[in-house]
Design a protein around this ligand. Structure first.
Ligand code: PGA
Length: 255
């Protein structure tokens, strides 16, 4: 009942020229996508051109557009930041929030991420809230506790009334960009834990409908076994989303 969401997070790769090249080849490569939803999250400077191209495709558009971050304020004196209405204006439907690189490199805390999640909801963007433990936290057997705190604080006071208004991405920090993936069983266990927290925050029916993506070294060779897990509802893909061939294979995972 949950449509898998297969997402590309390009991080700080590809300018507008490369983005358009990817767009054209990717649209050709994936053709008619069925039974799954596809999302591409390029750098801010690519959003305008990609948003226009998607709009031109209208109902045939095979994927949706997301940003990798945003500021919670509607506008204001925040040099270097991007506001939620600006993302709406360039055809974005989604926004990644609380990615571990934002948390660890740029010092974003749960409180600030919570403001962003609320702002996304207020401006009709679907937040993809990222959570995940570091290697030390996992070794100390604190992974579940860390993820619970990130979820409870990140979602505090957030108004969600339908399952398609929110996506969670579980990304163990030690698996991001390292080539190390959580085992499908470990990922499944954490996804079930995430869903139990969502049920506690809202109710079981809503929690059952919310998509929980796995992220961290998802590749063509491991996507099928990850997607075979009952609570894994998609993937947030960094490195392997930069090439049309590998991302197409990931989108076309087999269960
Ligand atoms: P990776 O990145 O696929 O390169 O590990 C995933 C992410 O950070 O979203």
């Amino acid at each position: 009942m949950r449509t898998p969401l297969m997402a590309a997070n390009w991080k700080m790769h590809k300018g507008p020229g490369e983005a358009v090249g990817f767009f054209n080849r990717f649209v050709e490569a994936i053709g008619d996508v069925e039974g799954r939803e596809v999302l591409v999250c390029p750098p801010f400077v690519d959003l305008y051109v990609m948003g226009r191209k998607l709009r031109d495709l209208g109902d045939d558009a095979p994927f949706r557009l997301g940003a990798q971050n945003m500021h919670p304020a509607e506008q204001g004196a925040y040099t270097g930041e991007i506001a939620p209405p600006m993302l709406r204006a360039v055809n974005c439907d989604y926004v990644i929030l609380g990615h571990s690189e934002r948390r660890h490199i740029f010092g974003e805390d749960d409180e600030f991420i919570n403001e962003k999640v609320k702002a996304a909801r207020a401006f009709d963007l679907i937040p993809v809230l990222c959570v995940g433990e570091t290697e030390d936290q996992r070794d100390a057997e604190r992974a579940e506790e860390v993820v619970s705190t990130q979820l409870r604080q990140g979602l505090s006071g957030v108004d969600v009334t339908a399952p398609d208004q929110l996506v969670i991405a579980y990304e163990p920090v030690w698996a991001i960009g390292t080539g190390r993936t959580a085992t499908p069983a470990d990922a499944q266990a954490m996804h079930a834990h995430v869903r139990s927290i969502l049920a506690d925050l809202w109710d079981e029916e809503l929690a059952d409908g919310i998509r929980i993506q796995y992220g961290g070294s998802v590749k063509p060779h491991n996507v099928d076994e990850l997607m075979a897990q009952p609570d894994i509802d998609g993937a947030l893909v960094g490195g392997a989303s930069l090439e049309v061939d590998s991302f197409t294979r990931i989108v076309n995972f087999k269960r």
